[in-house]
Design a protein. Structure first.
Length: 700
């Protein structure tokens, strides 16, 4: 016959039930008193210890809560729910690995415990184990499809894997189950931004800022969307608001720096990037943006730039575990060479357009090309590149180690990075050395600073061997030029027009460069040119000219150097390429920017018959104009000093007859050079890569 509990014991159990009722109703003070009374009489009661521990967690007494829940588990180690709450407490104290083990124990005791699977997914995501987090979230949702937090974590894991389209339904389901869920709105906005559905992303982030006006992350993310939409002034206001709310918000400082960079405000941009790095030294993207800005900063000496680049290289190399390569196996390989192209720009971008003229002419008997795009976006240029590539392996969603492993499995002979420190780069992947020989070409015109990149492809004008000290990589020369421009298809609107000065009676100088390239030193040179030619005009055309604040800022700078605004036409960028090219009919002579010259813009001008005055600088980037013009035989348009730049512009504008003759001859003169002839350039590139491979593979 079983023994009945004593009246005192029964009263304590009733007190425990009353405590639990108070707890559930939010009467925490009363519940705590009752839990204390129960534990005085039943000090090892597992439920009383567990519930009191949860109450302590809710009232921010985390250490006390952990101790109580651990006592509960000591009294009854077979109950799964205390393990889940102990895991939650360990998460609160940052003990993520221990929390994961605790959730695993709960799942062993009760495999169908949906909350444990969901919380486990959250921890895995915090540990940057997104693929595993996704699997745990899916398991939780299979057990209980009405868990908003599990849908949220699933979406966050998919965001982390950059599977944006798949993430959206998860966030939308979260919002159906929990309308107004701020984290779901935020993450949905992030996915929409990445999918370039900017108008919808703007709505999502604004919904968060309206609900929580001091939400710094939402203001920062909103700024990113506005910048992508070309609303730079609003974007900068959003970044500043985020920083005002949270001065230590490193991503907002980084994004504000990118905005300053776009406006041509290099000093302010560098300040923002350095501030972001001060707040978060692990933010390699800030250091990469800093290098991009310093690469065209006239006040940054080459040795200072290289020191910063090497610091970046040291930081990313410390996070990598380089692959080893079998020298005997390498020497046993036969042609063709297997060459990888790592780039975020295999689409309608200068890199994609330049490759479009080269890849069709690469002999598959000598090179097998494999592409490693860093983002999943594709367009009509992508479609034209793909048929000339033996493999297309998108790295979006892969961490650096996994991306490097994927590349390594393809047994490349040589890997070319085509991005450097530009947007969408994956330079840290190169630090893993997935290929035995690695180089940089085309997309960036300075040292990457990465020890794992062995060489940089250039030409003798842009990077003479005397400048080797500016690079961590070995300079390797292509015969004529490092670029090969893809001419547009023939079109009636793209015939070379006569010099507009012949009908207007005055010369029009043009500059189609990004505002970030228009330096104060260059403006003073333009002022000298216009002063010497009182009837001449200046046409500035770029996408920033659609922004009132950008136009106003440039107007003030022009006025400061003595250029009358009534002699300047400011035009916004034209969305269609044919329209953009046809607008060269408005210009007689292009004025190149310095120290950051044009490349695509100069090639476009040459194709449309418009010569460019350029200034040869002391860095690879600043010598690009000289390289392009020399390749097509226009050395007399290349200056070696600022005064020489002014003198060339004035001299060429004074002889309209010679200018018109050159305009008519320029396209047929340039067309057979390797700057425009894809077959010629492809042959030169192939031979150069074979030579590099022969020289550098002997290290193994």
């Amino acid at each position: 016959m079983s023994q009945r509990p004593s009246p005192h014991h029964q009263s304590l159990l009733q007190a425990l039930q009353l405590a639990l009722n108070c707890h559930q109703q939010g009467q925490l003070a009363q519940a705590e008193v009752l839990y204390g009374q129960v534990l005085q009489g039943l000090p090892t009661h597992p439920d009383a210890l567990h519930y009191f521990g949860v109450l302590c967690l809710q009232t921010q007494r985390v250490d006390q809560g952990i101790a109580l829940i651990q006592r509960s588990l000591a009294a009854n180690p077979k109950q799964p729910s205390p393990y889940v709450n102990l895991g939650n407490a360990l998460v609160m104290t940052g003990q993520l690995t221990q929390a994961l083990a605790t959730y695993d124990t709960a799942i062993q005791l009760l495999p169908a415990y949906a909350e444990a699977h969901s919380n486990r997914a959250h921890v895995l995501l915090s540990l940057s184990r997104a693929q595993e987090a996704l699997a745990s979230a899916d398991r939780a949702l299979k057990l209980d499809p009405r868990m908003p937090e599990a849908h949220l974590i699933k979406g966050q894991a998919l965001n982390a894997l950059k599977r944006w389209s798949e993430a959206l339904p998860a966030f939308e389901q979260t919002l159906r189950l929990a309308p107004g869920h701020l984290d779901a709105l935020m993450n949905r906005g992030i996915a929409l931004t990445s999918l370039r559905r900017h108008a919808e992303a703007e709505v999502a982030f604004k919904a968060v800022t309206q609900a929580v006006p001091d939400h710094a992350d939402a203001h920062s993310n909103l700024g990113v969307v506005l910048q992508e939409m070309g609303r730079l002034d609003e974007a900068m206001a959003a970044f500043r608001r985020a920083i005002e709310l949270m001065p230590e918000h490193a991503p907002a400082h980084l994004s504000l720096g990118v905005a300053h960079q776009e406006r041509g405000e290099s000093a302010q941009a560098c300040h923002c990037f350095r501030e972001a790095l001060r707040l978060d030294p692990s933010l390699d993207l800030a250091r990469s943006n800093l290098l991009f800005t310093l690469s065209y900063d006239p006040l940054c000496a080459p040795e200072m730039y290289l020191a910063e680049a090497r610091a970046y290289g040291t930081a990313v190399t410390a996070k990598a575990t380089p692959f080893t390569h079998d020298g005997q196996a390498l020497r046993a390989r036969s042609a063709p060479l297997r060459v990888g192209l790592l780039s975020g720009d295999l689409l309608s971008h200068p890199v994609g357009l330049f490759l479009q003229n080269v890849l069709p002419h690469i002999s598959p008997d000598r090179l097998t090309l494999l592409a490693y795009p860093t983002q999943a976006l594709e367009d009509e240029v992508t479609a034209k590149l793909k048929p000339h590539l033996a493999a297309w392996r998108c790295l979006q969603g892969l961490d650096d180690g996994s991306a490097a492993a994927l590349i390594h499995e393809d047994r490349l002979d040589l890997l070319l990075d085509l991005s450097g420190h530009t947007a969408h780069n994956r330079l840290p992947v190169m630090a893993w050395r997935p290929a035995p020989v690695q180089g940089n070409w085309l997309g960036f015109l300075a040292s990457t600073g990465l020890p794992a990149i062995d060489f940089i492809l250039a030409d003798r004008i842009s990077a003479p061997l005397a400048h080797q000290a500016q690079f961590s990589e070995q300079i390797v020369h292509l015969p004529d030029t490092g670029n090969c421009f893809m001419p547009p298809p023939e079109s009636p609107m793209l015939v070379v027009s006569p010099c507009p000065a012949l009908s207007r009676g005055h010369v029009t100088f043009g500059c189609y460069q990004n505002l970030a390239k228009i330096s104060d030193d260059m403006l003073s040179a333009w002022s000298a040119i216009l002063s010497a030619l009182p009837t001449a005009r200046l046409r500035i055309q770029n996408r920033q000219m659609t922004q009132d604040a950008s136009r106003q800022a440039l107007s003030e700078r022009l006025t400061q150097v003595g250029i009358a605004l009534d002699r300047v036409d400011m035009a916004g960028g034209l969305p269609e390429r044919d329209e953009h090219l046809a607008s060269h009919a408005e210009v007689d002579i292009m004025l190149d920017t310095f120290p950051y010259p044009g490349i695509t813009t100069t090639c476009e001008a040459l194709w449309m018959g418009v010569p460019t005055v350029t200034l040869l600088g002391q860095t690879m980037l600043s010598r690009q104009g000289g390289s392009l013009l020399t390749c097509v035989g226009l050395q007399d348009w290349v200056a070696e000093s600022k005064q020489g730049y002014v003198d060339i512009a004035i001299r060429m504008a004074d002889d309209l007859g010679a200018l018109q003759t050159l305009r008519a001859q320029l396209r047929p003169r340039a067309q057979p050079t390797s700057l425009f002839d894809g077959a010629l350039f492809a042959a030169q590139l192939t031979a150069t890569l074979e030579q590099v491979w022969q020289a550098l593979s002997t290290r193994y």
